[in-house]
Ligand binder design. Structure first.
Ligand SMILES: *Cc1c(COP(=O)(O)O)cnc(C)c1O
Length: 349
């Protein structure tokens, strides 16, 4: 999609442009060869990122997908099972990377609106190794849950699921691409969400506004192995301080996520008021709008919104996703609702 200047781009929170401060920080960053661990800016980012989630250590990686796939590779042996939620990003949107890169067999649990499996569902999903079965190598959870509409899963839900796996000797990974959105929405420190799990991914390049990069965090032994796997996957970077410097500034954008959540709430209310459209009140910055009642396919709505000057993405046959972010202001939300209203009216006519 070629975005013109007047478009209100709600396709994703990845579309933000780096601020003037971020560009300045990139230009003036102290750098070194990060594969030799010589880049002071990356080292500082990894230290601060670990601290932000209450982990021992952290690793800077090019993308959230790579962070997740490294975690799967470190935690599992080829042929072992990876237990995860049916609509999780790792299962749905990572090109079967767990199978291709790590030889993992996936087993899914449908957690529905809860987004996290119950302890009972985890228990049923775990497989013990025997003559016929490979054993479960990893349980992976997601917070916020992207596909189900940026749902902030309560700390207790994550902890209850994680405890069952860990009691069975199975490590737990959390895909927290939008971990800080969850923390802000739940009013807790990110470390409280991460505490029950063994490793966590979070993205600097989403709501936090950095141009590039994600973080994988865990204990020191895990991160040491993760560093080798990052190299294996082609993610060893050299003077990466250039992109890590904006990432350091991004860590300061946590509290303002509340503005994105408020904007998303108003956007959802505006869309929900349109004839034939249902848009539940969101927990965080992702609004999913269902247009089945209006009998408007999401693909058509995306096209019509684009023509009306709003960027959004198709999620399912009649489900469209709109995401607020740091380049979307309160008055953009009013304008977006008007434009989407026009698009819906035109399609319903
Ligand atoms: C965006 C996202 C990822 C992947 O991040 P990329 O940086 O786009 O690779 C992983 N998990 C979830 C839940 C996401 O929303």
């Amino acid at each position: 999609m070629d975005i013109d200047e007047d478009t209100i781009d709600l396709r994703s929170d990845t579309v933000t442009a780096p601020s003037a401060e971020m560009r300045e920080a990139a230009a003036t960053a102290e750098v070194g060869d990060d594969v030799y661990r010589d880049d002071p800016t990356v080292n500082e980012l990894e230290r601060r990122a670990a601290e932000a989630v209450g982990a021992e250590a952290a690793l800077y990686v090019p993308s959230g997908t790579m962070a997740n796939q490294i975690a799967v590779h470190v935690h599992t042996e080829p042929g072992e099972e990876l237990l995860l939620e049916r609509e999780s990003h790792i299962y749905r949107w990572e090109l079967a990377g767990a199978a291709k890169l790590s030889g993992a067999q996936t087993r899914t649990v449908d957690a529905g609106e809860r987004c996290v499996p119950t302890p009972e569902e985890v228990r049923e999903g775990l497989v013990s190794e025997d003559l016929h079965r490979p054993g479960t190598g990893l349980l992976s959870l997601e917070n916020t849950h992207n596909y189900r509409g940026g749902v902030a899963v309560p700390v207790e839900g994550i902890a209850a699921a994680a405890d069952v796996a860990r009691d069975a000797g199975v490590p737990v990974h959390l895909d927290g691409a939008r971990l800080f959105n969850a923390a802000v929405a739940l009013g807790v420190d990110a470390s409280a969400i991460v505490d029950p799990v063994d490793s966590v991914t979070f993205c600097l390049s989403k709501g936090l506004g950095a141009p590039v990069g994600s973080v994988l965090a865990g204990d020191e032994g895990f991160i040491e192995e993760a560093r080798r796997v990052r190299k294996l996957f082609g993610g060893g970077m050299r003077q990466a301080g250039m992109i890590a410097a904006p990432g350091l500034l991004a860590l300061e954008n946590v509290d303002r996520l509340a503005e994105d959540h408020a904007n998303a709430e108003r956007l959802a209310a505006g869309l929900d008021a349109l004839d034939g459209v249902n848009a539940p009140a969101p927990d965080t910055n992702i609004v999913v709008a269902h247009s089945d009642e209006a009998e408007i396919p999401a693909a058509d709505l995306v096209e019509a919104c684009k023509a009306a000057g709003v960027g959004c993405v198709e999620f399912d046959e009649h489900t469209t996703r709109f995401t607020t972010h740091l380049d979307v202001h309160a008055d953009d939300v009013e304008e977006a609702v008007d434009r989407i209203g026009d698009a819906v009216a035109a399609l319903s006519a």
